[in-house]
Design a binder for this molecule. Structure first.
Ligand SMILES: [Cu+2]
Length: 449
């Protein structure tokens, strides 16, 4: 029995989900009219915080502290988080619960916790200096309130917020509806979007960066270290996507359409649900995306293409179409092993790094990574795969491997001749002399100093 299963039994065994457990039994007994239980939230690469019940109050304990975090194999950093991880553990409770949340501060500076989107007394809102005194290093504070709503929410510091969030302090707070929900979901995922500026060769995120981040993360991991989102064909799946990064992210799903069913204000009335395949999750916002799982391997990613790359320079000359063979030989005299790249595009970057030609700076991930069943994926950052199979057991979240495409359903090569066929096209015929001169390499945007 793994840790998450144990947590689940502990959770249910303590009566946290007694009404839901009853509903499960009713459903198992074939009572179709009984409300189905809300699925427990699964946080890919993360975990749910266990709690105990004391005098009818659900008690949680968060510890704000420095941690060592791995974004993907080959890239680690000293971050700040809760209870040993970034993001901190997901807090789950049920509408109507009274919760008491202890927050112990093991950081070198003061902190506080804001409960984003949750209705509570002003003094429990966690804005240091406004709603409460700051929690000094070594101190423990208790927050206590009754959950009067249900939906997807977050927690994060509201003290030296820029630094503490840039270092990784954040978590999800999910409140399940007391009465169940219709239609009920079979799999319920929580994905918290963020960004980190871990400069090449360094081991601590830089909080002063405004927009040029190196690492665009889902639950503080980058592709290919982000766990796939797994489902069985026909299941109703919800992905709760929250954003505490410094950019808005157009989150795009391949395969089925999804409906947007709620935000950080809670689940929306069905009349407000919208059918989409891309949904912008703004900074400080949450969107609940629900869909019926269709078999296959489906990309799920931010559509800002720089956000599906790992560390890369942005202030570099554009070398696409530039013959660099002479330059390459010159530079090799100074830098043995140097390889010019980018003449035909940047896909070759992954080949060079994979083959060990470009080792890159210490503790820095290549811009593009990941292998699929048909070759390099040339991705990084906010990218993962929704893997849907016909034969998964309910509650099985293990990676099922690559999709076995049915025969005749994969795009396939029909010719290797660039003059193949008689396609309709405009402009001069292939092979005609180019009218535009090749651009000189523009060095004006290179960083100096
Ligand atoms: Cu993005």
């Amino acid at each position: 029995m793994n840790a998450s299963r144990r947590d689940w039994f502990r959770w249910a065994g303590l009566g946290a989900l007694a009404p839901l457990a009853l509903a499960t039994r009713a459903a198992a007994a074939g009572n179709a009219a009984a409300p189905r239980p809300a699925a427990r939230v699964h946080t890919p690469n993360g975990w749910t915080l266990p709690h105990r019940v004391v005098g009818g109050v659900k008690e949680f304990h968060l510890v704000a502290e420095e941690i060592e975090h791995e974004f993907a194999p080959g890239c680690r950093a000293r971050c700040w988080g809760y209870n040993g991880t970034t993001p901190g553990p997901t807090i789950e409770a049920v509408e109507g619960d009274r919760v008491r949340i202890y927050v112990t501060n093991r950081l070198p500076e003061h902190t506080s916790v804001h409960w984003h989107g949750i209705l509570l007394p002003s003094g429990m809102d966690g804005v240091g200096g406004l709603s409460q005194p700051h929690i000094q290093p070594g101190e423990t504070y208790a927050y206590e309130f009754t959950l009067r709503q249900h939906g997807t929410h977050m927690y994060h510091p509201h003290a030296d917020e820029m630094v503490q969030m840039a270092m990784g302090m954040m978590g999800m707070f999910v409140i399940h509806p007391k009465a169940g929900e219709e239609p009920a979901v079979d799999r319920d995922y929580a994905v918290l979007l963020h960004n980190f500026a871990l400069h090449p060769g360094t081991y601590r995120p830089d909080p002063s960066v405004l927009q040029d981040f190196d690492l665009w993360t889902m639950n503080s991991k980058v592709f290919p270290a982000i766990a796939p989102l797994v489902a069985r064909s026909g299941e109703r799946v919800r992905i709760r996507v929250a954003n505490l990064s410094m950019w808005n992210h157009p989150i795009h799903m391949h395969g089925p359409k999804f409906v947007v069913t709620g935000g950080d204000g809670g689940r929306w009335p069905q009349a407000q649900w919208r059918s989409e395949v891309t949904e912008i999750v703004g900074v400080g916002q949450i969107r609940d995306l629900e869909f019926i799982a269709v078999p296959g391997d489906w990309a799920f990613h931010c559509h800002m293409s720089h956000h599906t790359m790992n560390a890369m320079g942005h202030e570099i000359p554009n070398t696409i179409g530039v013959d660099q063979t002479g330059v390459e030989a010159q530079i090799r005299k100074l830098l043995p092993g140097y390889m010019a790249m980018g003449r035909g595009g940047m896909a070759e970057h992954q080949e060079h790094t994979d083959s060990g030609h470009m080792t890159g700076p210490e503790n820095t991930l290549p811009m593009m990574m990941g292998k699929g069943p048909f070759g390099n994926l040339e991705m990084g950052g906010m990218f993962t795969v929704i893997k849907v199979r016909d034969d998964l057991a309910a509650g099985d979240f293990a990676d099922p491997g690559w999709y076995p495409n049915p025969k005749g359903t994969v795009a396939a090569k029909v010719s290797a001749d660039p003059n193949y066929g008689t396609p309709h096209r405009r402009g001069p015929p292939p092979g005609a002399p180019a009218k535009l001169k090749a651009s000189p390499v523009d060095h004006s945007r290179m960083k100096h100093g």
